[in-house]
Design a protein around this ligand. Structure first.
Ligand SMILES: Cc1cc2nc3c(=O)[nH]c(=O)nc-3n(C[C@H](O)[C@H](O)[C@H](O)COP(=O)(O)OP(=O)(O)OC[C@H]3O[C@@H](n4cnc5c(N)ncnc54)[C@H](O)[C@@H]3O)c2cc1C
Length: 384
């Protein structure tokens, strides 16, 4: 088999995963061609939490100063009882996150993250980005791999050494890896909005990430745009027509917060059960294309970034079968994330006695024990 470093990598999708992979490959001297279906790269009006496991990768790519300039390092995560309005537990982040997990915990507007990744990618001569190029099919060839594209000027075929499918939840590259295309409808919807910081009730300090838990729903609020704005995500039953109704019986600040939001974007949530593989031959998957999970642990983008770092390293190291090695390195970890994310949403949305027991347990648990429970996620390092 020809080395994967002898031709360009063909990457489908220029989301967080595809852009990070392109950058990680280029920095290791591997050329790539990146194909994105959207004619213009735009992001949802929403924030994203970049935890230390992913922050470490982005810092190593030299993006730390830009992330700090556009984002915020929250000082804590506050877990609240939504209906009662009580603070159940505050877990320190800020300097404690850096001390414990060796990299910062940041929150940032998605458009800012995308701009940072895109600017860095555009500055790399080894990356060729083509927008308005929809990948229709991926296949192996005698000497490598190829993509069939649909572009404004008609169909095109491109050849390279191997393919990375970073084409998100609805990935069509999964077909070439012989994995099912349909994702699971979860019955949940995420309502997302960004609002001026001044509109956020004082109960939700914007120096931290607040997670408020209630029966059948939870919300997350944190600062974006240097603290001038707040990102709000409200997750609950997808049959509820308006997001405010999800928190109708909650404490006053929670209701005020939901009421202060102007335009919401509705985002039906789908996920997948763990798959048995992440590659086939010269075609690999990463990010949501490989392991779509519920956002309850806020790790989808972070794991796409982890995938990208591992995949780029193994390809550049040029061992016997880099894509099989990538799958071995990632499969159990991504499966754990998918299963834990499902379990977490069940805990977050408990009602009645179960919710009371959860709240008591959270309030009684030492912060150090709760932080230790996050070590497997945030303490991850690519063990090169
Ligand atoms: C409400 C909510 C909150 C979240 N919060 C967090 C968080 O705080 N932290 C976190 O880490 N994660 C979070 N996530 C998860 C995270 O958003 C995703 O896991 C992440 O964006 C996946 O990145 P990706 O690059 O794999 O896919 P995507 O971001 O979906 O990118 C895929 C790209 O491929 C392109 N594409 C698709 N099909 C084709 C094709 N056929 N040809 C060419 N291009 C194609 C798309 O246009 C897109 O640009 C959240 C998700 C939700 C829903």
């Amino acid at each position: 088999m020809r080395s994967l470093t002898t031709g360009p990598a063909l990457i489908a999708g220029a989301g967080v995963g595809g852009l990070t992979l392109a950058l990680s490959l280029a920095r290791r001297g591997v050329a790539c061609r990146l194909f994105e279906r959207a004619p213009v790269l735009e992001e949802t009006g929403a924030g994203v939490q970049i935890s230390p496991n992913a922050g470490r990768v982005l810092d190593a790519l030299g993006l730390g100063p830009a992330l700090d300039a556009a984002g915020t390092r929250p000082q804590a995560v506050a877990i609240m009882d939504g209906p009662g309005g009580r603070l159940l537990k505050a877990l320190p982040l800020g300097a404690e996150a850096e001390r414990r997990w060796g990299a910062p915990y940041r929150v940032i507007h998605r458009a800012d993250l995308q701009t940072i990744l895109l600017q860095a990618a555009r500055a790399e001569p080894a990356i060729a980005l083509m927008l308005g190029a929809e990948v229709k099919e991926a296949r192996e060839t005698a000497s490598g791999a190829a993509l069939e594209l649909a572009t404004a000027s008609g169909p095109q075929a491109v050849e390279g050494a191997w393919v990375a499918g970073a084409d998100g939840l609805g990935s069509s590259i999964r077909r070439a890896v012989k994995l099912p295309l349909a994702a699971r409808a979860t019955g949940l919807t995420a309502w997302r909005t960004v609002l001026p910081a001044a509109a956020v009730p004082a109960a939700f300090e914007l120096s931290r990430v607040t997670v408020a838990l209630g029966p059948g729903a939870h919300f997350v609020v944190y600062p974006v745009r240097g603290g001038r704005e707040a990102n709000l995500v409200l997750i609950g039953d997808d049959q509820t027509p308006r997001p405010e109704e999800l928190v109708a019986g909650w404490s006053r600040p929670a209701r005020d917060l939901a009421g202060a939001a102007g335009t919401w974007t509705r985002w039906p949530l789908r996920d997948r059960s763990p798959d048995p593989r992440m590659h086939r031959g010269r075609i690999a998957l990463l990010g949501d294309a490989a392991h779509a999970a519920l956002p309850s642990l806020a790790q989808g983008a972070a794991f796409a970034i982890e995938d990208a770092a591992v995949l780029a390293r193994l390809v550049a190291q040029d061992g016997p079968d880099p894509l099989a090695a990538y799958e071995r390195a990632r499969l159990m970890r991504v499966a754990r994330l998918q299963m834990r994310s499902r379990r977490q949403i069940g805990i977050d949305h408990m009602s009645g006695l179960a919710a009371r027991a959860r709240n008591l347990a959270l309030a009684a648990a030492p912060a150090s024990a709760l932080l230790a429970g996050l070590d497997w996620i945030y303490g991850w390092r690519d063990d090169a």
